[in-house]
Ligand binder design. Structure first.
Ligand SMILES: NC(=O)C1=CN([C@@H]2O[C@H](COP(=O)(O)OP(=O)(O)OC[C@H]3O[C@@H](n4cnc5c(N)ncnc54)[C@H](OP(=O)(O)O)[C@@H]3O)[C@@H](O)[C@H]2O)C=CC1
Ligand SMILES: O=C1O[C@H](COP(=O)(O)O)[C@@H](O)[C@H](O)[C@H]1O
Length: 490
């Protein structure tokens, strides 16, 4: 199958190729893009990590990953074998100059000099500068090279700057693709479509008509096999600094002048810079942090965070913040952001609550208009509005909901975010990647909260696994007359 969206031939060189992300996301994403005809025949995938494996041993791991992580509808035994032939593996300790960079050079030399090279750093960020330096020292960075940086870019402003500076010594900003997989979600891009392709919504998209916007990313999983990373990170660094602030930026930005990367990124960074600072002394009023304790999920008992971890910890698994965007469009409109592990449901959504109507005609309405943008699952939107209750005497009102789906018109599954992002890096299209100034502005905004939490200036609340979060989070929204959207499964 071929397709107009097929990329130019490329060599994808992925560091961290034996890791969890590679197996769960990157390999399935590249396979799926081959399946839909976007990957050209000449394309090659070169995995690298320290583990000593030959090509066949590595391909066997990739085969197992495909069998485990692909949906059945996408499994095609012949295509899987064709895909695996594109993969080679080379063991390199990427922090060491004297490691087998020569071997990588030989592999890359088999392609024409102008072949697009994408170096994907699926490793801990502490390695990013060293990998870049070694690629440079061994003459592997060409004009046609790009580098994809996995999150997290640092743990605060200072470390983010250090990572950005370190990579920028060897790559131009235009070659650097900082990944935020939420931007690769088709439904997150739908925020742009809903806002700017529909005059109906465009006309009321401001604090004049909108009472509040809630952004939620809730997961039923705990920290799984990533406790070592997660316990040094926590919910604020893991989800809010990046994914949720990106979603907030898309919800709050002014119309970009075009869909060019820098037009969108300029519009987003203006939002991040307009976020009203939360000084350390205001953190306990403007945020809630919590850890899950033992509870019940899907009818099964699950342990608390500390039990899973096996030691004491002050890391939050739940974080909620109230944000204000100080632009004329939004002055004093609260944006609530929250994220949780071991929540009652897996769900990411944006809930836009409009102000109540002022007409005296009905003596009040049963509720405010509300738009729910379901990022995942059940991708789509619901618009709840007031209509006449046909069975009521007089002019009673009732609620009704319009439901729209984001599913592809041809009935296929919505592609995983990594599919789009990995090939956008090949295409050199950075609109769905984060620019350096965005990363640093996001860190600058969350930093006082991180500092206040580290200094225990806000209490650590608790919630039972399988619930929506701590009671304090409910009181928190009630302060502005808001309520979390908690009928998540509806
Ligand atoms: N897993 C996930 O769901 C997500 C991960 N991320 C980010 O992606 C990155 C990778 O995550 P994940 O796959 O989970 O991590 P893992 O710990 O599973 O994998 C790390 C990888 O790095 C390799 N590695 C470690 N040290 C070196 C070294 N000195 N030289 C070469 N390779 C090395 C390891 O292989 P070996 O030991 O063989 O060298 C392994 O392949 C991290 O930055 C993470 O934060 C982001 C979002 C989600
Ligand atoms: O980046 C991360 O995202 C995942 C959640 O992603 P989603 O696409 O399933 O919503 C989260 O589990 C992980 O902790 C975090 O690092």
């Amino acid at each position: 199958m071929s397709d107009s969206q097929q990329t130019a031939p490329f060599d994808y060189i992925i560091f961290g190729a034996t890791g969890d992300l590679m197996m769960r996301k990157l390999i399935p994403a590249l396979y799926n893009q081959l399946r839909v005809g976007h990957v050209p025949e000449e394309a090659r995938i070169i995995g690298s990590a320290r583990s000593k494996l030959d090509n066949e041993e590595y391909r066997q791991r990739a085969r197992e990953a495909l069998n485990r992580f692909l949906p059945d509808a996408h499994k095609d035994a012949d295509l899987i074998e064709r895909f695996l032939k594109k993969i080679q593996y080379i063991a390199i300790d990427s922090t060491k100059y004297e490691s087998n960079w020569g071997g990588l050079k030989e592999i890359l030399a088999q392609s024409p000099d102008d072949r697009i090279r994408v170096f994907y750093y699926s490793t801990a960020p502490q390695l990013f500068e060293a990998i870049s330096e070694n690629l440079h020292a061994h003459g592997l960075i060409t004009k046609q090279s790009r580098v994809v940086l996995e999150k997290p870019i640092g743990t605060n402003s200072e470390t983010a700057r250090a990572i950005n500076d370190g990579v920028s010594r060897f790559f131009e900003e235009g070659q650097i693709f900082r990944i935020d997989h939420y931007l690769g979600k088709e439904t997150v891009q739908d925020i742009i479509a809903l806002r700017f392709a529909n005059p109906l919504l465009q006309a009321v998209w401001s604090g004049e008509y909108i009472k509040s916007i809630q952004i939620t990313a809730a997961e039923t999983v705990g920290v799984e096999g990533r406790a070592a990373y997660y316990d040094t990170s926590g919910a604020l660094r893991d989800m809010i600094q990046n994914h949720l602030l990106q979603v907030l930026s898309l919800c709050a930005m002014e119309a970009p002048s075009s869909l060019e990367a820098d037009a969108i990124r300029d519009a987003k960074v203006n939002v991040l810079k307009a976020l009203r600072p939360i000084p350390e002394e205001a953190v306990s009023a403007e945020t809630v942090r919590a850890q899950y304790v033992q509870g019940t999920l899907n009818g099964e008992k699950v342990p608390g965070y500390l039990e899973e971890l096996g030691e004491e910890s002050h890391t939050e698994t739940y974080a909620a913040m109230r944000a204000y965007v100080d632009t004329p469009r939004w002055k004093n409109t609260p944006f609530y952001i929250r994220t949780a592990k071991r929540s009652a449901h897996k769900l990411s959504e944006v809930v836009v609550t409009f102000k109540e109507g002022t007409s005296k005609l009905f003596g009040g309405t049963p509720g405010a208009d509300r738009l729910v943008i379901r990022l995942q699952p059940n991708e789509g939107f619901g618009l709840s509005i007031n209509v006449k209750n046909p069975s009521a005497a007089g002019f009673g009102l009732q609620r009704t909901a319009l439901d729209g789906r984001f599913a592809p018109a041809d009935g296929s599954l919505i592609p995983d975010s990594y599919e789009r992002l990995m090939l956008d890096a090949v295409r050199g299209y950075p609109a769905l990647f984060i620019r350096r100034d965005e990363v640093e502005a996001a860190w600058a905004w969350v930093e006082p909260t991180l500092n206040a939490w580290a200094a225990d200036k806000a209490p650590m609340e608790h919630y039972a696994a399988g619930t929506y979060g701590p009671e304090q989070a409910r009181q928190f929204t009630a302060q502005t007359g808001d309520q979390w959207h908690e009928d998540m499964a509806d």
